[in-house]
Design a protein. Structure first.
Length: 218
């Protein structure tokens, strides 16, 4: 259970502590069927959450989403270099290096430290997005939370986490046509919340696949 925000706590340290202890749920969802999966959920999410207040930023994140999905279609391995390429597009900047100072989020209520080996830890965690003995929704949820709590970029980490989630699902052909239900505040020391996110992702993937299959049959 989460203990809530604390200025004295290192959220990254909390996440690395609970990460190997999380009881990730099993998933009985069928493997994705044939045909193009529906990614309109991510596109709709970015359009509706950013388009009305930041049309240029919405165009940039949608372009980055196209890059992420193209990388997924090629079966590429998730890495910081891959994410940095997307993030350059998101931020419309020539580079998006790993942060070099501690970071803050949630109006300063959550702090992320920066031990010397943080970039290497992050790379190792990203490589586990293909862990064969863990169900897809759990791997996708864990990757999403890895990005949130490592907070690798100076800006745009929530968008980076969503792109990583889209990539992990797309690489295995899993549809997700509803993304808005995923919106919730996540805390780094909340193991139950991490597992619940995986459950929710499994429900959304299964529901989207059923709707996609129904559309193919009609």
């Amino acid at each position: 259970m989460t203990s809530g925000p604390s200025h004295d706590r290192d959220a990254l340290a909390d996440w690395l502590r609970i990460r190997p202890q999380i009881s990730w749920p099993c998933w009985s969802g069928a493997r994705p069927g044939s045909g193009a999966p529906a990614y309109d959920g991510f596109r709709d999410f970015f359009t509706t959450t950013r388009g009305s207040r930041d049309a240029g930023g919405a165009r940039q994140i949608l372009t980055a989403l196209d890059l992420a999905l193209a990388d997924a279609a090629q079966g590429r391995q998730l890495s910081f270099d891959l994410m940095e390429n997307w993030q350059r597009t998101v931020l419309h900047q020539p580079s998006a290096p790993f942060r070099t100072v501690p970071a803050f989020a949630k109006d300063g209520r959550e702090r992320y430290g920066l031990p010397p080996n943080t970039p290497a830890w992050f790379e190792s965690c990203l490589s586990e997005s293909t862990q064969p003995d863990l169900a897809l929704p759990s791997r996708a949820a864990r990757t999403y939370l890895d990005v949130l709590f490592f907070h690798p970029f100076e800006d745009g980490n929530a968008r980076a986490a969503m792109l990583a989630l889209a990539f992990v699902l797309a690489r295995e052909g899993a549809p997700l046509d509803q993304v808005h239900p995923l919106q919730a505040t996540r805390w780094a020391d909340d193991a139950d919340g991490a597992a619940d996110l995986a459950v929710l992702l499994g429900i959304l993937v299964t529901a989207a696949e059923r709707r996609l299959s129904s559309g193919r049959q009609s």
